[in-house]
Design a protein around this ligand. Structure first.
Ligand code: C2O
Ligand code: CU
Ligand code: CU
Length: 497
């Protein structure tokens, strides 16, 4: 953002302290591309450096004090299938953190969700990019109890794996863009402390951004776009639609589908990624919108969500060890059960003058058919909560790093039955082992796809097939509303060879 724009926004007064509706119609910036991480590449080996540090950024004209991997989004790590990667991570933050390679099928001893990198220290992540893993992944911290504050502060970046299929003319000829969706909440130039409500619902901010820009404008050069989408929000869901134009889903968390799937809209829960083709068949503007979605979060009446309300609600819950409840604040009476979002425009795409979109690819990559009948174990995972205490459970227990919740055999196929016993959506995420959704609410999945995060609607049952392949070790599964993860909704899976 240049100086003139900065003054313009500055004069409007801290837009992000208010609802987005207060943002004027001209609050549009050009579409910013996340930068690509520079790497050293020789003989199939890639060396790269990622550093976490405190950063001053400008968001919607406001200075913001954040924690990032050198800007938000962090630099995109672009890798190729089969490469050996030596990724050095340095922590220049004043607190412990680490780097999680979300969705990548690498050994849990490398991508260890429980290992910490202390301030001033480094850790080397050395792994091979699996064959057939071309797709969109991301990296972010995984310090239990601090994931919500660290992710919210801007510690997230994309990890893109390229493979032979990217050479398909219908994909190669498309204009590719990376879209990191994230919301923010500021008080002055700082991110306010977490309130009890935040820990209950997962924090949502009122400033919605794509690559840290509010409602940017993307001037397309080509008539076919390939959008790689990431929901990097702590808790916000994006029900994405392009007004009256379809989205053509070509890839989910774990890579390509067998063929494009035409969708009128696409729900992206926290942690999920999707790749879509957009065909601009006539000139003009195409608005990417987030449609209203009710995930069952609790809301406060009236002005309670404002800055003062936030202050009043601060019960010092930054310390996740404290088990404070709502206390005697009398807030209970002012809570409602509905937290539906309203329609927001995220991005405006301007089509080229006489657009001629490419044909859709007839087929993409074969997606292995897993045989649930061959599963050697069927497990049930029940998601529960004690909402007023902001305590979250899987099978009745809060996370304990010293407890193994599930012991499984390397090489086996398992069926997991994920049962949401709460009145709120939860995105269930499993590390290390990509899975496929078999059914949702008893209905078979409409197409085969590799996933690592799947949304569970309130009171819904989702069955997934989990092949426990290639790597033994200790890994985790958890809710990707990261406040819930911090507040107990996580378990340990141990796979033995
Ligand atoms: Cu993106 Cu364990 O998470
Ligand atoms: Cu993960
Ligand atoms: Cu949750």
């Amino acid at each position: 953002m240049n100086r003139r724009e900065l003054l313009k926004y500055g004069a409007l007064g801290l837009a992000s302290s208010y609802g987005l509706s207060r943002l004027p119609a001209f609050a549009q910036s050009p579409f910013p591309q996340p930068r690509t991480l520079e790497v050293l590449r020789a003989d199939g080996v890639v060396e790269a450096q990622i550093t976490a540090r405190q950063s001053n950024l400008t968001l919607s004209g406001k200075p913001a004090r954040l924690m990032t991997y050198g800007g938000f989004p962090g630099p995109t790590l672009r890798l190729r299938e089969g490469e050996t990667v030596r990724l050095n991570f340095t922590n220049n933050l004043p607190e412990a953190t680490n780097l999680h390679l979300h969705g990548l099928h690498v050994p849990p001893s490398v991508d260890d969700p429980l290992a910490l990198v202390q301030p001033g220290e480094s850790r080397l992540y050395e792994f091979t990019v699996p064959k057939g893993s071309a797709g969109t992944y991301w990296y972010h911290p995984h310090v239990h109890g601090r994931v919500a504050p660290q992710l919210y502060a801007g510690l997230a970046g994309l990890l893109v794996v390229e493979g032979p299929l990217d050479a398909l003319p219908e994909l190669k000829g498309a204009e590719e863009h990376l879209l990191v969706l994230k919301d923010w909440l500021f008080s002055g130039n700082r991110i306010p402390a977490w309130t009890h409500m935040d820990w209950m619902n997962g924090r949502e901010g009122n400033l919605l951004t794509v690559n840290a820009a509010v409602r940017p404008t993307l001037r397309a050069q080509k008539a076919t776009l390939r959008l790689r989408l990431l929901n990097a929000s702590n808790a916000r869901y994006y029900r994405l639609a392009l007004e009256n134009h379809p989205l053509y889903l070509i890839a989910t968390d774990g890579g390509f589908l067998e063929k494009p799937v035409e969708l009128p809209e696409l729900l992206l829960a926290p942690g999920e990624r999707a790749e879509v083709l957009v065909r601009l068949s006539r000139p003009g503007n195409y608005r990417l919108q987030a449609l209203p979605y009710d995930r069952g979060a609790m809301m406060m009446h009236g002005g309670m969500m404002g800055d003062q309300g936030m202050g009043m609600m601060d019960h010092g819950m930054m310390d996740h060890g404290s088990r404070g409840g709502m206390g005697d604040t009398g807030m209970m009476g002012s809570m409602m059960g509905m937290g539906a979002t309203r329609l927001e425009t995220l991005l405006t795409i301007v089509a080229p003058a006489s657009p001629k979109p490419l044909p859709l690819p007839a087929s993409l990559a074969p997606v292995e058919r897993l045989e649930p009948a061959r599963a050697t174990a069927t497990r049930r995972f029940e998601l529960g909560e004690r909402m007023m205490q902001a305590e979250f459970f899987i099978n009745g227990q809060m996370f304990d790093p010293a407890r193994v919740d599930v012991r499984a055999q390397l090489g086996s196929l398992e069926v997991w039955e994920l049962v949401n016993k709460t009145d709120m959506d939860h995105p269930f995420h499993l590390h290390t082992y990509p899975f496929q959704v078999l059914s949702r609410g008893g209905k078979p999945a409409p197409y085969r796809a590799w996933k690592d995060t799947v949304n569970l609607r309130k009171n819904e049952v989702v069955r997934i097939a989990v092949p426990l392949r290639d790597f033994s070790g200790v890994t985790v599964y958890h809710c990707h509303i990261v406040e819930h993860e911090d507040r107990g909704m996580m378990g340990i899976l141990q796979v033995k060879g």
